[in-house]
Design a protein around this ligand. Structure first.
Ligand SMILES: Nc1ncnc2c1ncn2[C@@H]1O[C@H](COP(=O)(O)OP(=O)(O)OP(=O)(O)O)[C@@H](O)[C@H]1O
Ligand SMILES: O=C(O)C1=C[C@@H](O)[C@@H](O)[C@H](O)C1
Ligand SMILES: [Mg+2]
Length: 174
């Protein structure tokens, strides 16, 4: 079994919003690696960052994603920083990976720079977010089968673009 598609992208790109809608449209189950981590650790992502630190979180993240890639056959959204792990990038090969892209201004507006996102809870969250977008862009593009710019698009429009891209890919590979 393998996911019919994997959704990647920075915080605020809409992975947790678009993923379930997409799954519903495809008649598939939805899974989010951030939810898996919270369920397994029994506490919030902010708590894990605060108590065990980011390296512990990244190890757990790589592990839950490896498991989901092996056993989940629906739509899988992965945490914003998941693609930073070389092992995860390697495991994503051969999967249909959708990169939800978002521009700085729209992304800032969407994340609201709340403390729910520990990476953006520092002294200058806007600068941190800008750097994160810039540094990760090539990494998201490296793993992506399809890139969808999400600024000025509703979740429903994004779902339609993704299903069209997925069908096109299925036709090509049949
Ligand atoms: N296409 C969109 N148009 C308008 N608002 C959106 C869109 N996509 C997501 N949002 C809103 O932006 C916020 C962030 O979305 P979401 O939580 O899905 O992002 P995410 O990619 O899962 O972020 P994270 O990596 O932090 O988990 C939510 O309030 C959501 O309702
Ligand atoms: O962009 C990131 O590095 C993160 C995004 C979230 O999905 C969570 O996985 C966590 O807050 C880290
Ligand atoms: Mg999310």
């Amino acid at each position: 079994m393998k996911p019919c598609l994997v959704v990647v992208g920075p915080p605020g790109s809409g992975k947790s919003t678009v993923g379930p809608l997409l799954a519903e449209q495809l008649g598939a189950a939805f899974r989010d690696s951030d939810d898996d981590i919270v369920a397994r650790a029994g506490r919030s992502i902010s708590d894990i960052f605060a108590t065990e630190g980011e390296p512990f979180f990244r190890e757990l993240e790589e592990q839950v994603i490896a498991e989901a890639l092996a056993e989940h056959d629906g739509v899988l959204s992965v945490g914003g920083g998941a693609v930073l792990a070389p092992g995860t990038r390697e495991r994503l090969r051969g999967h249909f990976v959708v990169f939800l892209n978002v521009g700085f201004a729209t992304g800032v507006h969407r994340v609201g720079l709340s403390t729910a996102r520990p990476l953006l809870a520092g002294v200058n969250p806007r600068a941190t977010y800008r750097t994160l977008l810039e540094q990760r862009l090539p990494v998201y593009r490296e793993v992506a089968s399809l890139e969808v710019p999400t600024d000025d698009r509703t979740p429903a429009e994004i779902v339609a673009l993704i299903t069209a891209g997925l069908n096109e890919n299925l036709e090509k590979t049949q």
